[in-house]
Design a protein around this ligand. Structure first.
Ligand SMILES: [Zn+2]
Length: 454
């Protein structure tokens, strides 16, 4: 293997559009992820044309680290370009993937239900579910072995190890933070010769879980004091379920009757479907979550939780909350405020000082979420779907819910390996994040290691 074995087709300049091509032989390659571009990176594609712009003749399979849209959203375009599978993924990812792609197809490609069904049918046929922690030999004519290990980022997430001729190449996918609600911690890295490492939070440290939960609780108390709405833009998979889990914990432990009776609204049919899948896949939960379930608690389906499905009900609720003076928590997608139902809430409620807007995830450059953080509150405003919306709400960020490892965890992941990687390629991060992570890794590892920014 030489330096040209891996081509990065996405997640190079920023954090979206993950897609790496790994040549395990000169004429045979596999893809790791095939994600959609979002925010500023999406603008590079005129009129949302995400056609695959590299040859597929050597590609023998796609390996999926996890089913966030920025890692899987271009699969329909991959198929349109002639890819026929197979698609390898963990059991949970295999189950969640069709839901994610159905949504992506409906929003970005076509509203034609028959066509969507046909594409999803094709994708279902291609998916091969594999268990965590077992080496598989996917190709009859090659010695290449592959293993999916727990990444602790969202349910089903994995980092993927490829081994051939005694050399190991590892793709981190998105690595989770340790102590993430519901999920087991990432499996420690055993060894790697080459590691392709995400660096989303390569420049910062998260609050610990306890501090984060206390801050979440204090935002809820403030919302109750002024009877405002707490808006939480969240990715449908991962953060939404983590948040529900922590909110259930707060409701369970609080002595305040007002908090106990607080309405928690999940206004996202997709997130509701994922939440159901999360509940069904409880055998993949961590010990703490299983214990709560054993005590008869329902960490993802508590009494205060209201799910909004129909669009009409959604519109009614937005109007109601803008005038009711009744406190509530609303979780809605998209996580970066670039579309989805959260936009209607923001238009109606951002101008109100009683509103609390709580960011729990990364806001990519060029998204309204990033603009709100930059310009508000006070005299700031944000453009939402062409409309100028004043920002008078209070804005908070709880970075620890992001479900990405922070700088220390990334460094620990690398340096904890029995055989630390000879070569590390940093992907999936802003320039500053990558530069700082490179510096810290450089100080930690011996000087013969090569650390490059892809
Ligand atoms: Zn992710």
């Amino acid at each position: 293997m030489n330096n040209f074995d891996i081509i990065h087709h996405g997640a190079v300049e920023g954090v979206t559009g993950s897609c790496h091509q790994f040549f395990f032989q000169s004429d045979s390659s596999v893809l790791v992820d095939c994600g959609l571009f979002q925010g500023r990176e999406a603008e590079l594609f005129p009129e949302g044309d995400f056609s695959i712009n590299f040859p597929l003749s050597t590609v023998k399979a796609l390996f999926v680290t996890h089913c966030h849209i920025d890692h899987v959203g271009r699969i329909p375009w991959l198929i349109a370009a002639g890819f026929k599978g197979p698609i390898y993924a963990t059991e949970a990812t295999a189950q969640l993937l069709p839901l994610v792609l159905e949504d992506a197809l409906r929003i970005g490609v076509t509203k034609d239900a028959v066509l969507i069904d046909r594409i999803l049918g094709m994708i279902q046929q291609m998916i091969i579910a594999v268990p965590y922690g077992q080496w598989i030999t996917p190709f009859d004519d090659s010695e290449l072995q592959v293993r999916f290990s727990i990444a602790g980022h969202i349910l089903g997430s994995a980092y993927i190890e490829f081994e051939s001729e005694g050399r190991r190449v590892v793709f981190s996918g998105d690595l989770g933070s340790s102590d993430t609600p519901l999920l087991p911690d990432p499996t420690p890295l055993e060894k790697a010769d080459v590691l392709v490492l995400e660096s989303t939070y390569g420049d910062r440290l998260h609050e610990d879980r306890q501090a984060r939960r206390q801050r979440l609780e204090s935002v809820l108390h403030k919302a109750l004091r002024d009877d405002g709405t707490v808006l939480i833009p969240a990715f449908s998979i991962g953060r939404t379920q983590e948040l529900l889990y922590e909110i259930e914990e707060i409701l369970h432990e609080t002595r305040s009757d007002k908090i106990k009776n607080l309405d928690v609204v999940l206004d996202s049919p997709l997130a509701a479907r994922f939440t159901r899948q999360y509940r069904d896949l409880f055998h993949l939960w961590d010990q703490e979550a299983c214990q709560r379930r054993g005590e008869g608690r329902h960490p993802l389906a508590f009494d205060n939780l209201i799910t909004v499905d129909e669009h009409r009900d959604h519109q009614r609720l937005v109007k109601y909350l803008a005038h009711s003076g009744k406190p509530a928590i609303v979780i809605a997608a998209s996580g970066m405020c670039a579309g989805g139902r959260i936009v209607n809430y923001l238009k109606a409620l951002l101008p109100q000082p009683e509103t609390d807007l709580l960011f729990v995830g990364y806001q990519a450059e060029g998204t309204p979420g990033r603009d709100i953080l930059r310009y508000g509150p006070g005299n700031g405003y944000v453009i939402l779907e062409g409309q100028k919306v004043a920002i008078n709400a209070s804005i908070y960020t709880l970075s620890g819910y992001s479900a990405h490892a922070d700088q220390k965890e990334l460094v620990d992941f690398v340096s904890g390996a029995k055989v630390t990687p000879q070569e590390i390629r940093l992907v999936h991060g802003d320039k500053t994040a990558k530069r700082l992570l490179k510096e810290v890794l450089g100080n930690k590892l011996s000087s013969d290691k090569s650390i490059t920014i892809a």
